[in-house]
Design a protein around this ligand. Sequence first.
Ligand code: SAH
Length: 188
Amino acid sequence: APAGRSAALRARMEEQLLSARFRYINQQLYTSTSREAARLFQSDPEAFEIYHRGFAQQVGRWPENPVNRIIRYLRRRPASLVVADFGCGDCKIASSVRNKVHSFDLVPLSPLVTVCDMAKVPLVAESVDVAVFCLALMGTNLQEILEEANRVLKQGGTLMVAEVASRFEDTRAFVNAMAQLGFKSVSK
Ligand code: SAH
Protein backbone atom coordinates (compact mmCIF):
# COMPACT_ATOMS: atom_id res chain seq x y z
CA ALA A 1 0.00 0.00 0.00
CA PRO A 2 1.19 3.56 -0.62
CA ALA A 3 2.93 4.94 2.48
CA GLY A 4 0.32 7.67 3.02
CA ARG A 5 -2.58 5.25 2.99
CA SER A 6 -1.04 2.76 5.39
CA ALA A 7 -0.13 5.56 7.79
CA ALA A 8 -3.74 6.79 7.72
CA LEU A 9 -5.01 3.25 8.29
CA ARG A 10 -2.63 2.78 11.17
CA ALA A 11 -3.70 6.10 12.73
CA ARG A 12 -7.36 5.14 12.41
CA MET A 13 -6.77 1.76 14.02
CA GLU A 14 -4.81 3.33 16.87
CA GLU A 15 -7.69 5.76 17.39
CA GLN A 16 -10.15 2.86 17.56
CA LEU A 17 -7.97 0.98 20.03
CA LEU A 18 -7.75 4.07 22.19
CA SER A 19 -11.49 4.58 22.29
CA ALA A 20 -12.00 0.89 23.06
CA ARG A 21 -9.60 1.19 25.99
CA PHE A 22 -11.42 4.32 27.15
CA ARG A 23 -14.77 2.52 27.10
CA TYR A 24 -13.27 -0.43 28.96
CA ILE A 25 -11.77 1.75 31.71
CA ASN A 26 -14.96 3.83 31.92
CA GLN A 27 -16.95 0.64 32.42
CA GLN A 28 -14.50 -0.52 35.10
CA LEU A 29 -14.91 2.77 36.96
CA TYR A 30 -18.69 2.48 36.92
CA THR A 31 -18.68 -1.15 38.07
CA SER A 32 -16.10 -1.09 40.85
CA THR A 33 -15.83 0.63 44.20
CA SER A 34 -13.94 3.90 44.47
CA ARG A 35 -11.14 2.06 46.31
CA GLU A 36 -10.73 -0.37 43.41
CA ALA A 37 -10.68 2.61 41.02
CA ALA A 38 -7.92 4.18 43.09
CA ARG A 39 -5.95 0.94 42.90
CA LEU A 40 -6.48 0.68 39.13
CA PHE A 41 -4.99 4.11 38.46
CA GLN A 42 -2.16 3.61 40.96
CA SER A 43 -1.12 0.33 39.38
CA ASP A 44 -1.51 1.58 35.81
CA PRO A 45 -0.86 5.32 35.37
CA GLU A 46 -1.22 4.91 31.61
CA ALA A 47 -4.85 3.90 32.15
CA PHE A 48 -5.59 7.31 33.61
CA GLU A 49 -3.98 9.10 30.68
CA ILE A 50 -5.94 7.02 28.18
CA TYR A 51 -9.12 7.49 30.17
CA HIS A 52 -8.79 11.26 30.14
CA ARG A 53 -7.92 11.50 26.48
CA GLY A 54 -10.99 9.39 25.68
CA PHE A 55 -13.17 11.38 28.06
CA ALA A 56 -12.19 14.71 26.47
CA GLN A 57 -12.80 13.28 23.00
CA GLN A 58 -16.23 11.98 23.99
CA VAL A 59 -17.42 15.14 25.72
CA GLY A 60 -16.06 17.23 22.87
CA ARG A 61 -18.70 15.67 20.61
CA TRP A 62 -21.61 16.59 22.88
CA PRO A 63 -23.74 19.68 22.11
CA GLU A 64 -23.05 20.89 25.64
CA ASN A 65 -20.48 19.96 28.26
CA PRO A 66 -22.28 19.98 31.63
CA VAL A 67 -19.23 21.42 33.37
CA ASN A 68 -19.89 24.69 31.51
CA ARG A 69 -23.41 24.85 32.88
CA ILE A 70 -22.10 24.37 36.40
CA ILE A 71 -19.57 27.15 35.82
CA ARG A 72 -22.33 29.47 34.55
CA TYR A 73 -24.43 28.64 37.62
CA LEU A 74 -21.53 29.39 39.99
CA ARG A 75 -20.80 32.70 38.26
CA ARG A 76 -24.37 33.83 38.96
CA ARG A 77 -23.95 33.11 42.67
CA PRO A 78 -21.73 34.86 45.24
CA ALA A 79 -18.00 34.25 44.77
CA SER A 80 -17.76 33.79 48.54
CA LEU A 81 -19.35 30.32 48.27
CA VAL A 82 -16.90 27.49 48.89
CA VAL A 83 -17.04 24.70 46.30
CA ALA A 84 -15.89 21.05 46.39
CA ASP A 85 -15.41 19.43 42.98
CA PHE A 86 -15.51 15.63 43.41
CA GLY A 87 -13.71 13.89 40.50
CA CYS A 88 -12.50 17.21 39.11
CA GLY A 89 -10.51 15.89 36.12
CA ASP A 90 -8.61 18.83 34.67
CA CYS A 91 -10.05 21.32 37.21
CA LYS A 92 -12.07 23.34 34.72
CA ILE A 93 -14.29 24.63 37.54
CA ALA A 94 -11.41 25.78 39.76
CA SER A 95 -9.77 27.57 36.85
CA SER A 96 -13.00 29.28 35.69
CA VAL A 97 -14.57 30.79 38.82
CA ARG A 98 -13.42 33.19 41.54
CA ASN A 99 -14.72 30.96 44.36
CA LYS A 100 -12.50 28.88 46.61
CA VAL A 101 -12.69 25.44 44.95
CA HIS A 102 -11.41 22.21 46.52
CA SER A 103 -10.64 19.91 43.58
CA PHE A 104 -10.45 16.16 44.26
CA ASP A 105 -9.33 13.38 41.96
CA LEU A 106 -7.42 10.11 42.02
CA VAL A 107 -4.59 11.43 39.85
CA PRO A 108 -3.41 15.04 39.50
CA LEU A 109 -4.03 16.35 35.98
CA SER A 110 -3.34 19.82 37.37
CA PRO A 111 -1.45 21.23 40.37
CA LEU A 112 -4.86 22.38 41.70
CA VAL A 113 -5.85 18.76 42.42
CA THR A 114 -5.87 17.27 45.89
CA VAL A 115 -5.28 13.56 45.30
CA CYS A 116 -7.71 11.38 47.23
CA ASP A 117 -10.57 8.94 46.91
CA MET A 118 -13.73 11.00 46.88
CA ALA A 119 -15.28 8.62 49.42
CA LYS A 120 -12.95 10.28 51.96
CA VAL A 121 -11.90 13.87 51.31
CA PRO A 122 -9.64 15.89 53.58
CA LEU A 123 -12.22 18.54 54.55
CA VAL A 124 -13.82 19.22 57.90
CA ALA A 125 -17.56 18.73 58.30
CA GLU A 126 -19.89 21.50 57.12
CA SER A 127 -17.21 23.52 55.37
CA VAL A 128 -18.57 23.66 51.82
CA ASP A 129 -21.50 25.53 50.21
CA VAL A 130 -21.63 23.71 46.87
CA ALA A 131 -20.55 20.11 46.15
CA VAL A 132 -20.22 19.08 42.51
CA PHE A 133 -20.16 15.66 40.82
CA CYS A 134 -19.84 16.40 37.12
CA LEU A 135 -19.77 13.07 35.24
CA ALA A 136 -17.95 11.71 38.25
CA LEU A 137 -20.49 9.82 40.35
CA MET A 138 -18.80 6.59 39.37
CA GLY A 139 -18.09 4.11 42.16
CA THR A 140 -20.56 1.39 43.12
CA ASN A 141 -20.20 2.70 46.69
CA LEU A 142 -22.01 5.86 45.65
CA GLN A 143 -24.03 5.94 48.84
CA GLU A 144 -20.80 6.26 50.84
CA ILE A 145 -19.57 8.93 48.40
CA LEU A 146 -22.78 10.96 48.67
CA GLU A 147 -22.69 10.65 52.46
CA GLU A 148 -19.20 12.13 52.31
CA ALA A 149 -20.54 15.04 50.24
CA ASN A 150 -23.30 15.47 52.82
CA ARG A 151 -20.73 15.51 55.65
CA VAL A 152 -18.68 18.33 54.13
CA LEU A 153 -21.70 20.37 52.98
CA LYS A 154 -23.08 23.05 55.24
CA GLN A 155 -26.73 22.82 56.26
CA GLY A 156 -28.75 24.07 53.30
CA GLY A 157 -25.78 23.69 50.96
CA THR A 158 -26.17 22.68 47.32
CA LEU A 159 -25.26 19.38 45.68
CA MET A 160 -24.98 19.37 41.90
CA VAL A 161 -24.90 16.10 39.96
CA ALA A 162 -24.43 15.86 36.19
CA GLU A 163 -24.69 12.39 34.67
CA VAL A 164 -25.66 10.91 31.33
CA ALA A 165 -29.33 9.87 31.28
CA SER A 166 -28.51 6.26 30.37
CA ARG A 167 -26.76 5.88 33.73
CA PHE A 168 -30.12 5.99 35.50
CA GLU A 169 -32.49 3.04 35.59
CA ASP A 170 -35.12 5.18 37.27
CA THR A 171 -34.53 8.87 37.97
CA ARG A 172 -37.46 9.09 40.38
CA ALA A 173 -36.00 6.26 42.45
CA PHE A 174 -32.65 8.07 42.41
CA VAL A 175 -34.24 11.31 43.63
CA ASN A 176 -36.07 9.35 46.37
CA ALA A 177 -32.85 7.63 47.43
CA MET A 178 -31.14 11.03 47.54
CA ALA A 179 -33.93 12.27 49.84
CA GLN A 180 -33.14 9.35 52.19
CA LEU A 181 -29.58 10.63 52.30
CA GLY A 182 -30.79 14.09 53.27
CA PHE A 183 -30.85 15.84 49.89
CA LYS A 184 -34.02 17.60 48.84
CA SER A 185 -34.47 17.90 45.08
CA VAL A 186 -34.60 21.55 44.04
CA SER A 187 -34.30 21.21 40.29
CA LYS A 188 -33.72 18.48 37.78
N1 SAH B 1 -15.59 16.50 36.50
C1 SAH B 1 -14.67 16.53 35.38
C2 SAH B 1 -14.07 15.16 35.07
C3 SAH B 1 -15.06 14.04 34.86
S1 SAH B 1 -14.25 12.50 34.44
C4 SAH B 1 -15.36 17.11 34.18
O1 SAH B 1 -16.58 17.15 34.13
O2 SAH B 1 -14.65 17.52 33.24
C5 SAH B 1 -14.48 11.63 35.96
C6 SAH B 1 -13.36 11.91 36.94
O3 SAH B 1 -13.69 11.30 38.19
C7 SAH B 1 -12.02 11.32 36.50
O4 SAH B 1 -11.04 12.32 36.50
C8 SAH B 1 -11.77 10.24 37.53
O5 SAH B 1 -10.40 10.06 37.81
C9 SAH B 1 -12.50 10.78 38.74
N2 SAH B 1 -12.81 9.76 39.73
C10 SAH B 1 -13.41 8.57 39.52
N3 SAH B 1 -13.49 7.89 40.67
C11 SAH B 1 -12.93 8.68 41.63
C12 SAH B 1 -12.73 8.53 43.04
N4 SAH B 1 -13.08 7.42 43.68
N5 SAH B 1 -12.14 9.53 43.72
C13 SAH B 1 -11.75 10.67 43.07
N6 SAH B 1 -11.91 10.86 41.74
C14 SAH B 1 -12.51 9.89 41.04
